[in-house]
Design a protein around this ligand. Sequence first.
Ligand code: F6P
Length: 321
Amino acid sequence: MKKIAVFTSGGDSPGMNACIRSVVRTGIYEGLEVYGINRGYEGMIEGDIKLMKSSSVSNIVQRGGTILKSARSMEFKTPEGRKKAYDNLVTLGIEGLVAIGGDGTFTGAKVFHEEFGIPTVGCPGTIDNDIYGTDYTIGFDTAVNTALDAIDKIRDTAAAHDRIFFVEVMGRDAGFIAIESGIGGGAEFVMVPETQTDLNAVVKSLREPKASSIIVVAEGDELGNAEVIMQLVKEKIKDDTKDFKVTTLGHIQRGGAPTARDRVLGARCGMGAVRGLLAGETGCMSGVINNELVYTPFSECIGQHKPLHPDHLSLLDILRI
Ligand code: F6P
């Protein structure tokens, strides 16, 4: 193998740049030519691919976002789109791919790998932490700390005005950000897509003597978003003296300088991806489990729902008393 390419796809996450840097520099260190594909699968279809040098990834390790940009491609979902992408790789002589992203990225990578057989290794880049085959995903730690910082600030004003705040965090299908920021931020309640919430229990958690409270809601909760849940709770409490507020953190959770953990994880997974390709690993993701680099087939990464840790769920019940 002489030429490989790296791309980022789907929702960006802090630490993706550290991962790109590691892929490029590990590749060069191993004597490879490394290409960068802009805007994920879109750029692969359009041939927006450039040779990268070591200096191409200078001064990016501390930056959020992704210098290769990202996109969610509809055309890549079609056989015609994938054929165009493959032809562009063949024209440049690219023999291996590193795909940095989440479940959507790996679903595309799996199909592409099965269709054309091009060796591909993924790196888990998503703030959601919902990828099976790695203890943590690149960007999760930064996103949790961003959410935590916001919750701390909201707690100050909640306490000052004796208010009940519903704070909505990201997580369409997974409650990892909600549960860790909720535990860290001392939330009275955390609502996540993985479990059913008894609204009576939420109401009970808001009882006196607590004058102010924080409820963290993952955006994908089955009862609805934070606004909907706030209304439901308000109707149940039936107390006009209580003051309710909703804060939706949104995309602030996707940006910002990555934490040390996300930079190191990104670098490690990137190195693992390149070494994996050279060792014949393919159709799999390079992740870290129990502090060891491991390769997990894409089919397992996207086919299994990573569960929340039961300790975390217990902690929420214990710490709110
Ligand atoms: O998958 C990462 C994620 O940030 C989710 O938590 C969120 O639901 C989604 O992406 C938002 O996607 P977009 O930026 O395309 O609106």
